[in-house]
Design a protein around this ligand. Structure first.
Ligand SMILES: Cc1ncc(C[n+]2csc(CCOP(=O)(O)OP(=O)(O)O)c2C)c(N)n1
Ligand SMILES: [Mg+2]
Length: 363
């Protein structure tokens, strides 16, 4: 029985279309129509400003903790803009830009972050799953939905989101394996934002790319510049075409950066240096996309100024909507009601702590 080498000839494609100054590679520009480009830009900006307001409202005690999307808007919008409205979308906990694109009202996201169950309800007819906190658990659900779409012979695919840290979880591997074996119409969007709370990408895995993890399952994997909405759009579009033809799933690694805190309960100053943050600030996806749109004469500076004003009013009025709705909603304490027939002691203790806190702080 000889020892011999089994030759594996694999590679991972890397795609970037806009350079750091927002200049496109003309041959690769996906030539997205003007209305879609403007909607992409508007949603990215809205998500950014909404994050900023939410950080303030969290500090004022109006909402609880949340995970900002700042820096990752191109990964989120480039991918979701490339699929159809009635495709399925399965998020983790950082997909504010995606949720806004899909039509989730800001007031709903705010209510959710303030602890009201009603805020997590998905608007009627929107094929989205709710926010998922257990890291990577949603990826198996995304495969289950795609399998169902295939069995029901529906022309619907499933785009799901997760981070670099999620690729170290068993659920990620089980999901990808099942998806490729059963040839399900899935697009797996991994937002490699370089950090899993305080664990840097270099300590997460010894793999050179996260995209190559697809190869072990016989699946195509591509790495894209995640701060370039055109590159993310192109890769997702190609993955969607394959999935719709019955050619199965794709893993897309979007190389990006979390420009803000992990959640409002985190202080990145304790584990990463300013130089790194400044380096990534220069690659901020929003000014880069704006430069592209300006060069194409799709957007002028004065349009951006007007849009900033419009967005500011929109975000503030979302809080007014929250205040109008809040009186008629169930007390957030109901979150303790539906898990167990008889509440275990540790949960009862947490419930009491929360009740007391609310009474001491006027709800
Ligand atoms: C199963 C599980 N383990 C641990 C946690 C705590 N936790 C929340 S987010 C997170 C890091 C996730 O990192 P990544 O997948 O890179 O996503 P990112 O937060 O960077 O978007 C951890 C460990 C959790 N929510 N679920
Ligand atoms: Mg991460």
């Amino acid at each position: 029985m000889p020892r011999k080498k089994i030759k594996l000839e694999h590679s991972v494609e890397y795609l970037s279309i806009l350079d750091e100054k927002g200049k496109p590679d003309k041959d690769l520009d996906p030539k997205i129509d003007k209305d879609t480009l403007l909607r992409m830009h508007r949603t990215m900006l809205l998500s950014r400003r909404f994050d900023e307001y939410q950080l303030r409202w969290q500090k004022q005690g109006r909402i609880g903790t949340f995970a900002p999307a700042k820096g990752q808007e191109a990964s989120q919008i480039g991918s979701i803009a490339a699929v159809e409205d009635d495709d399925w979308m399965v998020p983790s906990f950082r997909e504010t830009s995606v949720a806004l694109w899909r039509g989730t009202p800001m007031s709903g996201l705010l209510l959710f972050n303030a602890g009201y169950n009603e805020g997590g309800e998905i608007p009627e007819g929107q094929n989205d799953l709710p926010i998922s906190i257990p890291v990577a658990s949603q990826i198996t659900e995304a495969v289950g939905i795609a399998y169902a779409m295939k069995m029901q012979k529906k022309d619907r695919l499933v785009v799901s989101y997760f981070g670099d840290g999620a690729t170290s979880e068993g659920d990620f591997h089980e999901a990808l394996n099942f998806s490729q074996v059963f040839n399900t119409p899935n697009i797996f969007i991994c937002q490699n934002n370089q950090w899993a709370i305080s664990v840097p990408r270099e300590q997460q895995t010894e793999s050179r790319t996260l995209a190559q993890k697809a190869l072990a399952y016989g699946m195509p994997g591509i790495q894209v510049d995640g701060n370039d909405p055109l590159a993310v759009y192109t890769a997702t579009r190609e993955a969607a075409e394959r999935a719709r033809k019955g050619d199965g799933p794709t893993l897309i690694e979007c190389v990006t950066y979390r420009l803000s805190v992990h959640t409002t309960a985190d202080d990145p100053g304790k584990y990463r240096d300013e130089e790194e943050e400044e380096k990534w600030e220069e690659r901020d996806p929003i000014p880069r996309f704006q430069q592209y749109l300006k060069d194409r004469r799709i957007l002028r500076k004065k349009d951006i100024d007007a849009l900033e004003k419009e967005i500011d009013d929109e975000v503030k009025s979302a809080w007014d909507e929250v205040e109008e709705q809040i009186e008629s909603l169930d007390d957030p304490l109901v979150m303790f009601d539906h898990l167990f027939e008889e509440r275990p002691a540790y949960l009862e203790e947490q419930r009491q702590t929360m009740k007391q806190y609310r009474e001491d702080n006027d709800g």
